[in-house]
Design a protein around this ligand. Sequence first.
Ligand SMILES: *Cc1c(COP(=O)(O)O)cnc(C)c1O
Length: 461
Amino acid sequence: MQGEVQKVKIGGFKREGRGKRKQNLAESTLIKGGIMAEKLAINGGERLISEGFIKPWPPIDEIDRKYVLESLQQTNHAFGPNCRAFEKEFAQWNGNKYAITTNSGTAALHMAVAACDCSAGDQVIVPAYSWSSSATCVLHHNCIPVFVDIDFDTMNIDTKKIEDAITEKTKAIIVVHLHGLAVNMDEVLKIAKKYHLKVIEDCCQAHGAEFKGKKVGLWGDCAAFSFNQNKCLCSGEGGMLVTDNEEIYKKALMLWSFGETRTPFEKRDYHAYALGWMYRNNDLTAAFGRAQLTKLDRYLEIQKQNASALTEELKGTKGLILPYEPENHKHNWYNYTIRLVPEEFGWKGNLQKFRNAVMKAIQAEGANVSVWQNFILPRMTVFQAKNAYGNGCPWSCQYSKPVTYDPDAYIVAQRHTDTHFGMTEPLRAPNGPEVAVMVGKAIKKVINNIDSLDIEKLGSN
Ligand SMILES: *Cc1c(COP(=O)(O)O)cnc(C)c1O
């Protein structure tokens, strides 16, 4: 083979054989197993993905401009015609009877807790790994979150552990369809039925995700969606409560607008009939949301194709656990989350250190991957210090029963937190499979050259 020109494909670039390789000697040398060792960007090598190659989310086009400008030109900027139309169109898109547009997903979650008749001191079951507001929305209503560990493969609440967390105080279960993978709702509903519990779906990441061919947001008593910057439908900020239950719809409306028990179309008497917040949406945001909704199905299709391309590229890579889509589930690929297995690289130290070092090296190659949550929920100070409303409330409220938040009781969630990294933008429109493939190559470049990483130094935050 000596002297023959070999084409060696590394990291998406073709390099010519011997002569050329000599020039690149500083950059790449042949190591055991025939893998080319390359100088990682974090160690001063060339980055694999150039600046600007990965396009930001969301794409904005003429449709967005048309909707938003039309909203600007009319005169009702609070709860205006676009808000009403957004509710109708989103309910239709998801298949729900009722929808209420809100200024955040967290607002919709709080409304859901209130609308499910949770009262001071009642307990609500929440997964130990999620966004903080999946659990703090419970506190907002003076109720007590009770955490359940997650299932490692799906990253969702471990349905087998829910029953152990139920007490005579339990009123509801909040399931989070994390990263766009639906929870097994058959199992949740079986438990809810047995103990007469309400089920709230946190669909903030799960637009269009399905279980057994039925969309999320159609399974529980009510559900909350988010339209924040990073979500699969982005209107800047915003959210939506959806339900098929008229009574829940009406109770949610009360909290939504100052405790007034009227819809915006009825005559107001400006009377607070109950405790309320101001969770209404504004017309401009709703117009943006409507415009994005016209494109949502296409965007979700793109995410799915990009996720497949990335899986194809990464399949079989040492030390990586790729996301899992069980049978009967349709993932929406909100966040493509990978877990590292540090043990496979002989690492016996701190797991987060290893993950941080690998992640920083991938970022240096130009792939915007990130840690989604550095803390499991029970480890967060608000729960450890029980410092929600002062004076220990709501935990010290006379209607509450003592609960403990021992972070060591959630070892699966902790292992996941410590070893994961994920991504949203690279797999979103307008990026195509070629972007997903390059991100995969960046990850493999780091994995193949992991011995050159100074993990102790890079891994410290
Ligand atoms: C984003 C998110 C929320 C909160 O939505 P906001 O619109 O930011 O208030 C709640 N739960 C989960 C799982 C989320 O990802």
